[in-house]
Design a protein around this ligand. Structure first.
Ligand code: NAP
Length: 286
């Protein structure tokens, strides 16, 4: 058996086509969705993520503003910038690219963003709302994963989901979103003993660790759905996931590739959240 590929690239394109229409409609009502991005320092990976976000905004007609600031910016100065963006009427989404330098508290920065403009979905208010099933900005990578699973009409109710990884931005929230969809969720992490006892029982396996090719067909059951969140560079500098795609695709029923899987969906859901924020803003105005 060879698995059906869930192409995040194709799904993202489809969604972005629809978003283009949405932004055109909003523009006719006098509203241009606006995203502000703050990049601290010159980390090449962060620079490339931020450029990709800017390109995506342009593609679908979202106004974007990039503020590239020196790594020596103080925490206070950064919080001041966020405060200004919180008050700016033409900005509906604020994103501070992580990670931040050690002298700046990520926690303080995330909490300084107005939850109504927190399109990354990292603010504790949005995380809390998501947990109790209230309307919230959902964190983009987990949101994209759920959209990918749903795009193939894969049943979630009653299914056993195993999530490997428990970070605040991927592992924990993706498990929560899948729980909200009535799946039974198990988390594995670095202290989990005999991890394959769990992974072999998974109907849906979500791998978000950051260790190249750590999961292969031997860790899965026949017909599992495999979502590979990992982004790693191998020795030849090529992008690879946490899953050994070649071996896993022979046993899985559905699988996401790397690249072209979860990655393009993350940015797409950021655009989705920005448009949603602009729509809410417009509703409040009228
Ligand atoms: P992270 O914060 O480093 O978390 C990694 C998680 O993996 C932790 O919970 C850790 O457990 C667990 N872990 C580490 N070694 C393990 C092992 N040997 N066995 C089981 N679990 C282990 O990483 P992240 O931010 O969640 O990102 C995970 C991966 O996804 C990375 O490759 C990242 O680049 C990628 N990513 C991709 C996207 C995208 O859009 N495609 C977005 C975000 C992240 P402990 O908690 O016990 O330490």
């Amino acid at each position: 058996m060879s698995a059906i590929i869930i192409s995040g690239k194709e799904l993202a394109q489809e969604k972005r086509q629809n978003m283009k229409l949405q932004t055109e409609e909003l523009k006719q009502k006098g509203m241009v969705p606006g995203l502000a991005v703050i990049l601290v320092g010159e980390d090449p990976a962060s620079q490339s993520y931020v450029r990709a976000k800017e390109r995506a905004c342009k593609e679908i007609g979202v106004h974007s503003e990039l503020d590239e600031v020196s790594v020596s910016i103080t925490e206070e100065e950064l919080l001041q910038k966020i405060d200004e963006l919180n008050k700016a009427d033409h900005i509906h989404g604020i994103l501070v690219q992580l990670p931040l330098p050690d002298h700046i508290s990520e926690e303080k920065v995330i909490e300084a963003i107005d939850p109504a403009k927190d399109v990354d979905g990292f603010h504790p208010i949005n995380i809390g709302r998501m947990m109790i099933g209230q309307e919230a900005f959902l964190p983009c990578t987990p949101f994209g994963i759920v959209e990918m699973i749903k795009s193939k009409n894969i049943e979630l109710q009653g299914k056993h989901v195993v999530v490997i990884g428990r970070s605040n931005i991927v592992g924990k929230p993706v498990g929560q979103l899948l729980l909200n969809e009535h799946a039974t969720v198990t988390y594995c992490h670095s202290r989990t003993k005999d991890m394959s006892d769990y992974t072999k029982k998974a109907d849906i396996l979500v791998v978000a660790v950051g260790r190249p090719l750590m999961i292969n067909a031997d860790h899965m059951k026949e017909g599992a759905v495999v979502i590979d969140v990992g982004v790693n560079r191998n020795e030849e500098g090529k992008l690879v996931g946490d899953v050994d795609f070649k071996s896993a695709k022979e046993k899985a029923s559905y699988i996401t590739p790397v690249p072209g899987g979860v990655g393009p969906m993350t940015i797409t859901m950021l655009l989705h959240n920005t448009i949603l924020s602009a729509e809410r803003h417009l509703k409040e105005e009228n």
